[in-house]
Design a protein. Sequence first.
Length: 376
Amino acid sequence: MDDLSNVSEVAQASARLIDFGRNFPPPSPLIRTAIQESFSYLAKTDVAEAIRFPRFTGTAKDREAGANWLARRFEGTPDPDRIVLANGTQSILAMLLAYYVKPGGVLLTEALTYPAIKPLSQLLGVKLHGISIDAEGIEPGSLNQACIKLNGNARALYCMPTLHNPTSAIMTETRRQDIAKIARRYDLSIFEDDIYGVLPQKAPPPLSAYAPERSWYIMGLSKSLASQLRVAYVAGPSLLKMQKVFWPGVRTTNWMVAPLIAEIATHWLATGLAAEILNSMRVEIQNRRNIAQQAFGMPFDIDPASYHLWIKLPNGPNLNDFVEALKQRGVVVGAGDSFAVGSSLGDTRFRIGLGVAADHNELRKGLAIVSDLIKA
């Protein structure tokens, strides 16, 4: 009984914390409207038949809707036959790592990267090698030197060229072309995570567009539309390669999207609901960025579409002490070292996700606590 009481106390304490540690899109009244409309739509259709069987790679309608959504990032609409639906970016990456990198192989990443890639790689026996980054993201020279040093053991590059997590960097077209050339030179597969890519009003074409024969372009909906909609789309080099990577895992893994979720996602994309939600997100993100700017008394030199901030600690407490002091005051942030791969770039920085706070009052309260502690 005591153990259950302790668990309950921890859960209640967590519920009281202001969460800047996670990076979800801000709440939007349109989400509730869209969900209610979806239930009405489902009630009018033969949904039982539509979700009766697993969708595996998605129906033709699912893939077409996904292709049209991905067309926001490409010059032209990707071939729907090269698109697969999955239950999130991590599931796609698990299949790609297992097929291309394999246990003992090396995956190249930015020196600061999506934290989940570390435990996922460890689970699959994959080694990580961090590549130096600058204000644009991956440094081509560093990538080239790593490929030479690893002497063929580097098998793939995982990266986030648009609104990089955690720095919010956006790679220029010239830089993307340079990275694509190096990938060809050393026969690297490219796993491009573009989960934030639709948030900017305008961004360079995906890195995948410069090396389509070796690229796997991934776009999930949970960061740009709603965390409730855990669906991701991956566009691969060819139908044959898509089948080789994903089809063997149908009976042994759970990468496939749930049929009901796929039905709702396709409905949102096909009817324009998704576009309306995206526009509302852009407005709310800007509102929250303005609040953050007021709280810290300074502008942020990152794209206005980014709803995560990457903040450097002034001289004073070390990162762990600072993060713990914030937690004692009721605020959680993302410690910079959790993003690092063989790098010290995160030792004096932390990430703030502006989207989780339930409303502007909670956001202001939490940011004031962070700002006061920085100045203390």
